[in-house]
Design a protein around this ligand. Structure first.
Ligand code: HEC
Ligand SMILES: [Cu+2]
Length: 315
């Protein structure tokens, strides 16, 4: 597991003003321009208000008032709105899908309440963790398996809805190696707030090594206890919802677990992927995400120990 663990604290979500890629920079610029104009207009009107409060009535009061109404009520808003419109239009050219030659394509499917991630050119399926090569254009093909979700990595790009039976495309790149927090930005049910993910931007070589290891089938059990755990996995029905490539488990309503142990987080970036957290999750997922679409299967202690040993071997 990598050392530099991402801060799962929700405050690290608020990073749209700490852009780490050209698209996010552009969006942040638009935000600052809107903020600056808003502050300027506010200050102007406070000044006029104060002047008005202390001014005594005089003969040319009426024409001054008319000038203020026309200027402040019509001309000023028109200028401000036009500027913002122009700035937004210019930014949209950068934010929407462009004509990058050979973008890295990543398919992301929103589920209540986790993210399925596919690399169609590499036959890789994973969940809640998206690796991208730094400095390269990445094109996301977004869709949903159930309700409307919204894909958002504030420090890298804009947000876009994931709709059932439709594919929306979003493109951006990361300037810096690092781990970035992603979130669902559209209310999608009770555990919407715990529908996060991690984006890992890494050098091309590391990215390819990662893709390579993710495209392997799951490692075979080595210890007896792991083999026993593999049996429990199938016997109690985990495999009806989860796939582990190379085994009989081929379910698809829950995250692919083929390389579970290589992931940094569990339950859509809700908790870190540690032994204790994994035990707690499998023991009763509803303690961590109430109402989650995974049952508490009430597994006995011995089976549970074997199951956990197996899951932890899935590097
Ligand atoms: C009815 C379907 C279903 C069954 C049965 C089921 N799960 Fe899950 N599981 C899910 C769903 C859905 C999620 C995603 C939950 C979320 O994050 O909202 C999940 C998440 C997980 C995760 C976290 C994966 C990640 O990357 O975040 C693990 C580990 C897991 N399940 C293990 C198991 C084990 C072990 C069993 C058997 C004891 C099991 N599941 C049975 C549906 C199921
Ligand atoms: Cu969602």
């Amino acid at each position: 597991m990598r050392e530099a663990l991402l801060n799962l604290n929700s405050t690290s979500l608020l990073a749209s003003l700490d852009p780490r890629g050209p698209v996010a920079e552009r969006i942040a610029d638009v935000w600052w321009i809107m903020f600056g104009l808003g502050v300027a207009v506010f200050v102007l009107f406070v000044v006029l208000l104060v002047i008005g409060l202390y001014r005594t009535r005089d003969s040319d009061g009426e024409s001054a008032a008319r000038a203020l109404i026309v200027g402040g009520g019509t001309v000023l808003p028109l200028v401000v709105v036009t500027v913002i419109f122009g700035v937004s239009l210019a930014a949209m050219g950068v934010v929407t899908v462009g004509d990058a030659d050979d973008p890295v394509v990543i398919e992301v499917t929103g589920h209540q309440w986790w993210w399925e991630v596919n690399y169609p050119n590499a036959q890789v399926t994973t969940a809640n963790e998206i690796h991208i090569p730094v400095g390269e254009t990445v094109q996301f093909h977004l869709t949903s398996a159930d309700v409307v979700h919204s894909f958002w990595i504030p420090s890298l790009g804009g947000k876009l809805d994931l709709l059932p039976e439709r594919v929306n495309k979003l493109e951006f790149s990361a300037d810096e190696v690092g781990e970035y927090r992603g979130a669902c930005a559209e209310f999608c049910g009770t555990q919407h707030a715990k529908m996060g993910f991690v984006a890992v931007a890494e050098p091309r070589d590391d990215f390819e090594r990662w893709l390579d290891s993710q495209s392997d089938p799951a490692s075979e059990p080595v210890e007896d206890i792991e083999a026993q755990g593999q049996e429990v996995f199938v016997d109690v029905g985990c495999g009806d919802c989860h796939a582990i490539e190379g085994t009989a488990a081929q379910g698809s309503t829950g995250p692919d677990l083929t390389h579970l142990a290589s992931r940094e987080t569990l339950a859509a970036a809700t908790i870190r992927n540690t032994s204790d957290n994994l035990a707690e999750w499998v023991g009763d997922p509803h303690q961590i995400k109430e109402g989650v679409n995974m049952p508490n299967l009430e597994i006995g202690d011995e089976d549970m120990a074997a199951l956990l040993a197996y899951l932890e071997s899935l590097e």
